[in-house]
Each structure stands twice: as C-alpha cells, then as structure tokens.
Ligand binder design. Structure first.
Ligand code: OSB
Ligand code: MG
Length: 369
C-alpha cells in the first residue's frame, strides 16, 4: 500500500465538564485529526497532545509542525506492507511521540480497513469487550467529589480514579474511602510530589487503593523505585514511560508494578504492542490510559485494550462523559461497566465527515502526486 495523501485538521471541542488535574484545568480540547488516504479508503488518527506543554512537552501546535515538516516528508512514496513499518520509518526523529502516533494511527486504520480487519484484530486483541474505569478531576469540595464518585459507582464503572494534588490528597481520599468502603479506587498525582512526601504515600496505604499513578516527577524512574519499595500500594507509571525501553528499565529497577499505556505518549501502536508484550512477560499489569479523546482516539484505545495484557480497567469512558456530540457514530457507549470492542473494519465506527468539516479551524494536506 502507498499513502496517496494525508490531511491534518485542527479543531477545538468544548468539554461537557472542565477537567482539573495537578497541572491545570481543561475546558476545551484543542486537537488534530489525521486522515490518511489510499485507494479511496480513509484512515483516521487523533493527536492527543494538549494545547500547552503541561502533561508532556508536546503541544497541539508542536505536533502540527512536526507532522507537516518532518513526519509526512518521510512517508512520501513509502511502500507500506504493514503499519508496523511506519514507526520504523520515523525512528530517526527523536521523541515527538504524540505527533508520530497520530499519523501511525491513521495509517493503521487505513491498512486495517483495506485488509478488512477490525483495529482490534489487527493489533492481536482477543477480548470482545473491555472493562472501563472513570478518571475524575479535582473538584472544588469533597462533597462535590463524593457526589461524582457516587454517580460513577452507580453508572457501573469498574474502577474510579481520583486526581490528587498537594492540599487535595490524604484527607480528601480518606473522605471518599469512608463513603465508599468497597469501591475500587485509585489516585493519580500527575507528578505533583517528591520523595519529601513519602509519609503521605505511606498514609495512603491504609486506604487500599488499587494503585497510585505517577506520584513523582514526570521524567523520573529512580525515586519511584525508592517510593515503591517503601509503600504497599502498587505504583503505576504514566508520564515516565515513553517507550518499551523505558518500561524495561522501570521494571528492572522495580519502579512500578503497573504501567498505563497511552498510544500517543509512547509514539504509537507498534510501541504500545511491544510494551504490552514486555509487561505480560514480567507479570506487570497494564491498562489503557486516556487523554480526553474524541471518538477517533477512543476507538483506538478500546481496540488496544482488547489485548490480553491489558489486565485492568482503562480510562476509556463512553463518549457522553466528555462530549455533547462525538465526531463518530454510533458513540462509544458502556453497559455494566464494559465497552464492546467493534468488529467492523478499522475503527469500527463511522466518522461524521460533515461535522468534522464544520469543526475544522485550519488544515493542511500533502501535495504529493
Ligand atoms: O494523567 O491520565 C492522565 C487527561 C489528560 C492528561 C492526563 C491524564 C488525563 C486523564 C483523563 O486522567 C483520562 C480520560 O478520561 O481520558
Ligand atoms: Mg495519569
């Protein structure tokens, strides 16, 4: 297969509810949708970078630039027999993982559609439904948070993740645990703490959390090792893992017992599959993280979460949790805490092309011919 053309669209979607983490509040999603075309078929990918470099160094704007100036030129004229070859072709480019993943994802969807395979099938997924957890942002009061957790428990989510930040941590988590003694709870710090906060994490041990996600610096694996050795609660790494090589080092050091895979953060599907395999070999639990995706990125996430190594519920909540109207149809929906893995070719959802056109504020396309 040869890529004939690629179009990248930028759009802004208002979120139904603002989402606050230790690094800031998202009220809108500023994102890129990549369309890859070949033989009359279109594959779709989503760039998960945020508008500002608060989660990682990438932003929507840096991704647009890197895709246009560096990624697409390397794919021009390339004969692609399997989408795995895309990450190999892009490997000389350092990092810029979210930019690479957006393009690789579109090509993977295109290839799967042409091969008449679902994305899940093309990834080697085996489950026909995936368990879903909810990620809840920092709320102004404990009462607000308890209401939101209660609604999530009632909705059937299999695991509830609560964002924590200095000043909104131990007391708040104790209040939630007291209200929901049996809920499967975890906390995500988005790298807001240091080893000076060891006592906080030791105190959190008493709450029987499923895990604590990225407690320490975004680029650390050494201090996480010391933290994991000093607490019972499993440490999960998110921000610190950008590749299978990072995962190998973290596992070797004992820096975590769980890894959250985000396709964008690790540079694509091929790299995600390597991490899943490595974790399976080492008995490390894996789950699919989320970046407040539209239906396009969400469909990729649901497909990858169908792999055997994804042993814990992922942040793949239904569309209606985020958007007034998703850009795919049907929307992603949840039943009894699970999302069905589509079996139709590619994403398994159709993209609302007219809505995409209406939302697009700027775009660029390759001028290959
Ligand atoms: O740390 O997992 C995170 C959203 C944006 C950036 C980072 C994170 C998150 C989430 C939301 O937790 C997960 C989702 O519901 O998509
Ligand atoms: Mg996280």
């Amino acid at each position: 297969m040869q890529l004939e053309s690629v179009t990248v669209r930028r759009m802004t979607l208002p979120m139904l509810t603002p989402f606050t983490t230790s690094f800031g509040t998202q009220t809108h999603r500023d994102l890129l949708i990549v369309e890859a075309h070949s033989g009359g078929v279109t594959g779709y990918g989503e760039c998960v970078a945020l508008a500002e470099p608060l989660y990682s160094e990438e932003t929507t704007s840096t991704c647009a630039l890197v895709i246009q100036d560096y990624i697409l030129p390397r794919l021009q004229g390339l004969e692609i027999s399997h989408p795995r070859e895309v990450s190999a072709a892009l490997s000389p480019l350092k990092r810029n993982n979210m930019a690479k993943a957006a393009v690789e994802g579109a090509i993977w969807d295109l290839w799967a559609k042409r091969e008449n395979q679902s994305l899940a099938q093309s990834f080697g997924g085996t489950k026909d439904a995936v368990e879903v957890g909810l990620s809840i942002g920092i709320k102004p009061t404990d009462a607000d948070l308890i209401d939101t957790v209660g609604a999530a428990v009632d909705a059937g989510y299999k695991r509830i993740k609560i964002k924590i930040a200095p000043g909104r941590d131990l007391q708040m988590m104790r209040a939630v645990r007291a209200e929901f003694p049996d809920a499967v709870l975890m906390a995500d710090a988005n790298s807001a703490y240091t080893m000076a906060d060891l006592e906080l994490f030791q105190a959190l041990d008493e709450l029987d959390l499923l895990m604590v996600e990225q407690p320490l610096a975004h680029d650390d694996i050494v201090d996480h090792r010391h933290l994991q050795a000093a607490i019972r609660t499993p440490v999960c790494l998110d921000e610190s893992i950008h590749s299978a090589e990072d995962a190998r080092q973290a596992i070797e050091l004992g820096s975590c017992r769980i890894i959250n895979i985000k396709i964008g953060r690790v540079g694509g599907i091929a790299e995600s599959l390597k991490i899943e395999q490595l974790c399976r070999q080492h008995g490390i639990d894996v789950w699919c993280g989320g970046m407040l995706e539209t239906g396009i990125g969400r469909a990729h996430n649901v497909a990858i979460a169908s792999l055997e190594g994804f042993t814990l519920p992922g942040d793949t909540a239904p569309s209606a949790r985020y958007w007034a109207e998703d850009i795919i149809e049907p929307e992603v929906t949840m039943d009894d805490g699970v999302v069905a893995v589509p079996t139709a070719p590619g994403l398994g959802f159709s993209v609302k092309q007219q809505l995409l056109d209406e939302l697009t504020v700027s775009s660029f396309s390759t001028d290959w011919c």
